[in-house]
Design a protein around this ligand. Structure first.
Ligand SMILES: [Fe+2]
Length: 289
């Protein structure tokens, strides 16, 4: 399977991974043949690329997490976002079961991160990103020898690390032009907003809430909101930070192209021991290569 940019896609190619709309509905199903109308629809939607099956046996078995689990999680996050924006309380119950399934799948299938689904529409970005960050974090937690309880606390923290974004107006999040200083400051309130939401929630442990609070802190103290450093940052947050940066950089955004895994790893390694916890960087390297 190979990632092919939209301008290089051709009629007759076979899609290796389903592509979803922001609400979790499938736009193009895995193993569908690209026809002229499908190709123009993909261009109309602004999809940056698609996975194409290149091997003769049509194998699509590179997924670290099954498509069904991924869809369940993306859908539950999308639903939570609308509920919170509509003023309802954060009810994470519908996300817990698919999260446990995701942890079980990662434990049992031993695959690397390469080939992890990463083609998303703009509106889908935040949910798909959260699922990927959670996947990478859990994979690192497994290498650290975490038990089921620690994996689920880490997984919940990573899955909801950006939940505070639901407090940021959509017109700011969806803006395609440069953000003003005030808008940047507003977005930077999301760790505290997320912590506020999660710590109130009986279904979430305090350490998971701290992941949302601390995921923009940096190992050398150069992050925000508090500028804490080193071991003062909870290990779950140090893991989630590295997972967050890795997934953000390897994902296409409206304003920039995705970087390759190798380029991203090189960048993260250049900040090993400064911005990022050196041990976590080494574990990321292990699961990518
Ligand atoms: Fe964030």
């Amino acid at each position: 399977m190979e990632k092919v940019r939209i301008e290089d896609l051709q009629v007759g190619m076979i899609v290796g991974k389903s592509i979803f709309a922001p609400n979790g509905v499938i736009l193009i199903r895995e193993k569908a043949v690209i026809t002229a109308p499908i190709l123009s629809k993909m261009k109309e939607l602004g999809l940056p690329a698609a996975y194409i099956i290149t091997s003769p046996d049509g194998t699509t078995s590179e997924d670290l997490v099954s498509e069904a689990t991924r869809i369940d999680l993306v859908r539950s996050l999308s639903k939570l976002d609308s509920q919170v924006r509509a003023g309802q309380n954060l009810n994470i119950l519908s996300s817990k079961q698919p999260l446990y399934t995701l942890i079980d799948e990662i434990i049992s299938n031993q695959k690397s991160l390469i080939g992890m689904a990463d083609i998303r529409l703009h509106g889908d970005y935040i949910y798909g990103h959260s699922v990927n960050v959670c996947t990478i974090a859990v994979k690192i937690g497994i290498l650290l020898g975490y038990n089921q309880l620690k994996l689920s606390e880490l997984g919940i923290g990573a899955l909801f690390h950006d939940i505070g974004m639901t407090k940021i107006p959509l017109q700011v999040l969806d803006k395609t032009s440069n953000l003003t200083n005030d808008e940047v400051k507003l977005i930077q309130t999301h760790p505290e907003a997320g912590f506020g939401m999660l710590k109130e929630n009986q279904a979430i442990s305090m350490v998971s809430a701290h992941v949302a609070y601390q995921h923009h802190e940096r190992y050398d103290g150069s992050g925000y909101p508090r500028g804490i450093a080193g071991e003062s940052i909870h290990e779950f947050a140090r893991i989630t930070t590295v997972a967050d940066v890795y997934d953000s950089m390897t994902t296409e955004k409206i304003y920039r192209r995705a970087k390759s895994s190798a380029e991203t790893l090189q960048f993260i390694q250049s900040k090993r021991g400064t911005e990022f916890d050196p041990d976590i960087v080494d574990l990321l390297k292990q699961i990518i290569l």
